[in-house]
Write a protein that binds this ligand. Structure first.
Ligand SMILES: Cc1cc2nc3c(=O)[nH]c(=O)nc-3n(C[C@H](O)[C@H](O)[C@H](O)COP(=O)(O)OP(=O)(O)OC[C@H]3O[C@@H](n4cnc5c(N)ncnc54)[C@H](O)[C@@H]3O)c2cc1C
Length: 390
């Protein structure tokens, strides 16, 4: 093997474990650290689609994902009085077709973590500083320990500490799309049965879904706004702003906001994209949301993370550990795919959370258009077979 072997991967979300899977398979020794005390709960369902389907098959986890998939039968649109406007089949409602699958985020994380059994994983751990020389990266951890790695991969999400520590401010741009979302679970008091019900009015959207677990329902709120939170990551402020924004929304909002007090899996963030000219610097590479978040509204965050992890690890293998060459190729090969999906994020963001009432015709046209664009963007890369090169 090359002189690159020991690789620190920061963040046990989607991108981090996927990178560890491929790095180990390609002969490297990854070490994973996660800031939280355990795998993070919370999060809505994510779609695995396009080229990512082929990837999870190559990882041998497609069947597991399929078995744990959500099984929505219907998506219903209602007005703020609760009257049904129209209904769609579950798959179409989620812009899925063919072998595309939807899975709850925490289930996907668990499947990925299971696939890297034996890779060292430390919870409650993060980095304090990163010093690079030509030969090595010296990382100081939160617990005061210092360790040397050949490479560091920052897969620590939208608010990446790795990005903040390693890159200068002018090397990345956070493109705020002007909206927020919050997700959490509540008891399924509406007795929904494999159904999602969505109410969109006045630039706000509330959806309630109950799927396999009939006892619980997943709630998602989103709304337009810019800089409405002093600290976008302060959970008590996120909850307060959500209450203020939706108290007069109508439909089920008041009841759900009451139930929110008991939720222990609340997650909220802004719709923000990360724009960078280069996702690597020296011996450090960024991956997933940390590098190129397309925002949750794109519905493509996990697919970008899965594909990015594969390309990064595959290029390191292909370059025999020549990380400079591999990082250049990673930047080059992935860029059109990322740009197409960030463009998709902007399009979906502009299509939802609108001012006017969404009629059946408007919803259908929007759905057709997004469906077509999702298909294009999610397939906008041809993946090499790094495991079996010709
Ligand atoms: C709890 C949660 C819920 C989410 N819910 C949704 C959702 O409902 N819909 C949606 O579209 N997207 C959601 N996302 C984002 C989605 O997971 C990502 O867009 C996508 O899957 C890309 O994954 P990622 O691994 O790059 O980032 P993420 O999935 O955000 O994972 C990043 C990981 O890094 C960890 N981390 C952060 N900072 C540090 C640090 N300094 N040191 C060590 N570890 C760190 C985080 O705890 C997290 O486990 C959610 C993310 C999280 C963390």
């Amino acid at each position: 093997m090359s002189n690159v072997n020991k690789i620190l991967v920061i963040g046990a979300g989607i991108a981090g474990p996927a990178a560890c899977y491929w790095l180990r398979r390609f002969g490297f020794s990854p070490v994973l650290v996660e800031r939280s005390a355990s795998l993070r709960k919370g999060g809505h369902a994510l779609d695995v689609r396009g080229v990512a389907i082929d990837l999870v098959k190559r990882m041998g986890i497609y069947q597991k994902i399929y078995n744990m998939r959500t099984q929505l039968e219907f998506g219903r649109h209602v007005d703020p009085e609760g009257n049904t406007l129209h209904e769609e089949k579950g798959e179409r409602f989620g812009f899925r077709e063919g072998q595309d699958v939807e899975i709850i985020r925490s289930d996907l994380v668990e499947i990925l973590i299971d696939s890297i059994e034996g890779v060292p994983l430390q919870f409650n751990q993060t980095i304090e500083s990163v010093k690079q020389t030509d030969a090595v990266v010296e990382v100081q951890f939160k617990d005061g320990r210092t360790e040397h790695f050949d490479l560091v991969i920052g897969a620590d999400g939208l608010h990446s500490t790795t990005r903040r520590i390693v890159f200068d401010k002018h090397e990345y741009k956070l493109n705020d799309l002007g909206a927020y979302f919050s997700v959490f679970s509540i008891p399924n008091y509406l007795n929904l049965n494999n159904t999602e019900v969505q109410c969109e009015a006045n630039q706000k959207l509330l959806s309630i879904t109950s799927d396999k677990n009939r006892k619980m329902a997943e709630v998602a709120f989103s709304f337009r706004g810019q800089n409405v939170l002093n600290n976008v990551r302060d959970e008590s402020e996120q909850r307060r702003v959500l209450r203020d924004t939706f108290q007069d929304f109508g439909w089920e909002a008041p009841r759900i906001l009451e139930l929110m007090s008991d939720s222990d899996d609340f997650y909220s963030d802004s719709f923000t994209q990360v724009i960078m000219k280069s996702w690597t610097k020296g011996r450090v590479a960024l991956l997933g949301d940390a590098a190129y978040s397309a925002s949750p509204i794109s519905g493509q965050g996990n697919n970008l993370a899965l594909v990015g992890a594969y390309v990064l690890a595959g290029e390191l293998k292909q370059a025999g550990g020549n990380y400079k060459r591999a990082f250049d190729r990673y930047n080059e090969i992935l860029r059109p795919f990322i740009e197409a999906n960030q463009k998709l994020g902007v399009l979906v963001n502009e299509s939802f959370l609108v001012r006017d009432e969404v009629s059946k015709e408007v919803a259908e046209e929007r759905s057709n258009n997004i469906m077509e664009q999702v298909k294009i963007a999610s397939n906008m890369i041809v993946l090499q077979d790094y495991a079996n090169p010709h």
